[in-house]
Design a protein around this ligand. Structure first.
Ligand SMILES: *Cc1c(COP(=O)(O)O)cnc(C)c1O
Length: 495
């Protein structure tokens, strides 16, 4: 298939045509779509996919490959742009972001050294500085890096917290390992913190049990009083708290921990404060709701996902620190990537290298997609899209409350609405069964993709409304669909 042009049409020369072919494939798939999901079961998909030869000896050409595998993968995906696709923080990307993503893929600048991504290096730092500015920090002093998402950002926050605690007792973890004190180190967070906090503690050698999960109030926010008591207990037990993780947008409820009260305690106890704003970080761009994040500027580090509330393609998060000096434990020197300046080199040629800020080496220029999105739409419009998701959630909560058999679990803060179908007669085990059945029925019929979670051990349903193109009527129809499905599935068995 390489032919007389030495294979060039399979590389750069072929890219414009390949992008046009991809666009046609997208259009054809969209025209065939009727709902958020095609309804195929895992077994049906396994059978379909078993027919895909991963490494065929001979290629079929791009058009045929798009027609086959391309259509298969689009046809059986979940469409995050459909208004009844509302299970997760799984967003439809902005068209501008998709265009930027194509540019990123086509040119493949990499951020592990300046000479693989010269302008990319500077643009990423511009994005980071801009985000830091919105957090309320001095963009000249603050620092950070683009990450694969909140999981990686949380790991980085806890890594720096751990290393800062070790440094206070004169230990450099990167060189010397954890040492004998590490068994006493603890990480504090709410019981609703993301699971990646525990996983990070495990990866960092502290162990998942080093994470102390604190109770929350009726609004699902960490109780500062619980933190005070935990700190006293730890003090008495000779344990050393090294980090406090505050969540600004818990995954299920969107609740935001009381940042000012937690910041005050973190400061008094000398704790590293990491704010996990993977979800709520989008509020940084809202005129109306920015106040919900008041206090975030007191953090040492912040995680923000751009691939959730800011509509970027997956793999776009940011890890931010209030002072770039705090990133020092991540620094590496690799002769082929980031040697120091050669003696006598012109100052203008001092090259910034980001490899010493990231856990990754080869790294995608993911910063271009949000930057280009903001250039195209503007901050105001993106902030308004954020606001819109909050309005939709408020509307969905009202619709839930208007359905006699649905019970709202919590007032929404961000875009998520947690509720439960109450069968008649209501008993908890039966309700669990009916709620599970609703979710599966809607998925299997391809009518809706709704979330499920557990609250106090019982199955609940969840709508995560991060699609600002949905209308009030769409969300009302979705809630009505859930209620109708529940009524249908809750029929007593015929004798
Ligand atoms: C989604 C989420 C994460 C994980 O982020 P990824 O980008 O999926 O790695 C962490 N924390 C919270 C609160 C989240 O909602």
């Amino acid at each position: 298939m390489t032919g007389e042009d030495g294979g060039r049409r399979w590389f750069g020369d072929g890219v414009p045509g390949a992008l046009r072919a991809a666009a046609s494939c997208l259009e054809a798939a969209a025209a065939e779509r009727t709902g958020p999901y095609g309804g195929a079961s895992p077994r049906e998909l396994a059978t379909l996919v078993a027919g895909v030869e991963p490494f065929p000896e001979e290629g079929a050409g791009l058009a045929a490959a798009l027609d086959g595998l391309g259509r298969l993968s689009l046809g059986h995906g979940v469409d995050p742009g459909h208004p009844a696709s509302a299970a997760h923080l799984h967003c439809q990307p902005l068209a501008a972001a998709v265009a930027a993503d194509a540019l990123v893929s086509a040119t493949n600048q990499s951020l592990d050294s300046w000479d693989q991504g010269p302008v990319a290096t500077h643009l990423e730092q511009r994005l980071v500085a801009g985000l830091a500015g919105r957090v309320g920090w001095d963009p000249e002093v603050a620092g950070g890096v683009v990450t694969s998402g909140g999981t990686q950002s949380n790991l980085m926050g806890l890594l720096l917290a751990r290393d800062a605690a070790a440094a206070r007792s004169g230990r450099e973890v990167a060189a010397d390992g954890l040492g004998p004190d590490a068994g006493r180190w603890r990480v504090l967070c709410s019981e609703l913190a993301h699971f990646s906090v525990t996983r990070s503690a495990a990866l960092l050698g502290l162990g998942g049990r080093a994470v102390v999960a604190l109770g929350t109030d009726a609004d699902r926010r960490l109780r500062p009083g619980e933190l005070d008591r935990a700190l006293d207990r730890m003090d008495a037990a000779g344990q050393v708290p090294v980090a406090l993780v505050a969540t600004a947008g818990t995954t299920d409820f969107g609740s935001i921990d009381p940042l000012p009260a937690l910041a005050e305690r973190a400061r008094a106890a000398g704790l590293w404060l990491h704010v996990d704003a993977a979800w709520g970080g989008g509020l940084l761009f809202s005129d109306r709701h920015r106040g919900l994040l008041a206090g975030i500027e007191a953090a040492d580090s912040v995680a923000v996902d751009l691939h959730k509330l800011l509509w970027q393609p997956a793999g776009c998060g940011a890890f931010l620190v209030r002072d770039q000096e705090l990133l020092a434990p991540l620094e590496v020197t690799v002769p082929y990537l980031n040697p120091g300046p050669p003696p006598g080199a012109a100052e203008a040629w001092a090259m910034p290298h980001l490899v010493g800020r990231s856990l990754a080496t080869t790294r995608r220029f993911a910063a271009l997609t949000p930057l280009l999105s903001f250039q195209a739409l503007g901050r105001r419009a993106i902030g308004a899209l954020v606001d819109r998701t909050l309005e939709l959630a408020a509307g969905a909560a009202e619709a839930v409350e208007a359905e006699p058999r649905l019970a709202l679990t919590a007032r929404p803060v961000l875009g998520s609405v947690v509720f439960r179908y109450l069968p008649d007669p209501d008993d908890p085990a039966r309700s669990d069964r009916v709620n599970e059945a609703i979710r599966l029925h809607l998925l299997a019929t391809g009518q809706a993709v709704v979330g499920r979670t557990e609250v106090a051990g019982r199955t609940h349903l969840k709508l995560t409304l991060v699609n600002p193109t949905a209308t009030e009527a769409d969300v009302a129809a979705l809630v009505a669909l859930v209620a109708r499905a529940g009524a249908g599935l809750d029929q007593p068995r015929q004798p």
